[in-house]
Design a protein. Structure first.
Length: 268
């Protein structure tokens, strides 16, 4: 069954829906992306138009499909040890000065398909060994969380993983799994994956020593940034650190943190 092209009015309705759910502001230039990512769902569902699809996903019967649409429109590119200076800082300044015997908790607040929390876990395992440390990894998308929980990736994703870590924490696939690798079970067991919408009231999570909120705020308007950061600061221990993307800034977002180096902030 064919369907009509995405109109400006239909695009506006979908933009508003994604903003209300995820706080993401889709630029006008993203219209082809929305058409491309949702077009297959429109076709497979037998909808005559994007407008009909939109009416379905906001209905009581369309909640499963709504989650699929959100997943398709909010998934971002990531890779292991992205923006490596953050991992250097975590190792040199945070884990090395952590008081032994106290739990060290890290939250990867937009973990996507898992590369970020597994990178953190490899570093913490190497720095803190069998000590008391744990990682919470969350995302809005259930689809990427399912992939993240598996810890299973294509071998070409290893190019940024330090050789030492690759040998210690990654298992090379053989036979039917050739061309892939699996993050070892001991590392995977230290990470709790959870669906969390940063634009809603947060569940009770406890406090964290470090929160990674990287390359997410670029999709938010200023007011959404303020609200999200405010929620996360309530989960950050005094003296804890918030790490954001190198292309992001907290200028005008909050005055409750002190910048240590660009993209690294500390809660007094």
């Amino acid at each position: 069954m064919s369907y009509s092209a995405l109109s400006d009015q239909e695009f506006a309705s979908i933009r508003q829906l994604i903003f209300e759910i995820a706080g993401i502001t889709l630029a006008a230039s993203k219209k082809p992306l929305v058409s491309g990512r949702l077009g297959k769902r429109v076709q497979q569902g037998g909808f005559a138009s994007f407008g009909e699809y939109h009416r379905h996903i906001i209905s009581r019967d369309g909640q499963t499909e709504l989650q699929i649409a959100v997943d398709l429109l909010t998934t971002n590119e990531t890779y292991f040890f992205r923006e490596h200076k953050h991992f250097d800082y975590l190792h040199q300044h945070l884990t090395q000065h952590h008081r032994r015997g106290a739990p060290f908790r890290v939250w990867s607040a937009a973990c996507s398909s898992g590369e970020e929390p597994y990178s953190i876990a490899m570093l913490l395992s190497n720095s803190l060994g069998e000590g008391d440390w744990e990682i919470l990894a969350s995302d809005l998308s259930t689809r990427v969380l399912e992939r993240a929980r598996s810890g299973h990736y294509a071998m070409e994703r290893t190019d940024k993983i330090p050789r030492e870590y690759l040998g210690k924490y990654c298992l090379k696939g053989i036979g039917s799994q050739e061309g892939t690798f699996l993050v070892e079970a001991k590392v995977r067991s230290r990470i709790q994956f959870m669906q969390i919408n940063l634009n809603r009231t947060l569940p009770k999570l406890g406090e964290f020593d470090v929160i990674f909120l990287r390359n997410v705020m670029i999709y938010f308007d200023m007011e959404t940034k303020r609200q999200v950061v405010s929620r996360l600061l309530g989960q950050l221990k005094p003296g804890g650190h918030l790490l954001i993307g190198h292309s992001e800034s907290l200028n005008g977002v909050t005055s409750d943190l002190e910048m240590i180096v660009p993209s690294v902030y500390r809660k007094p």
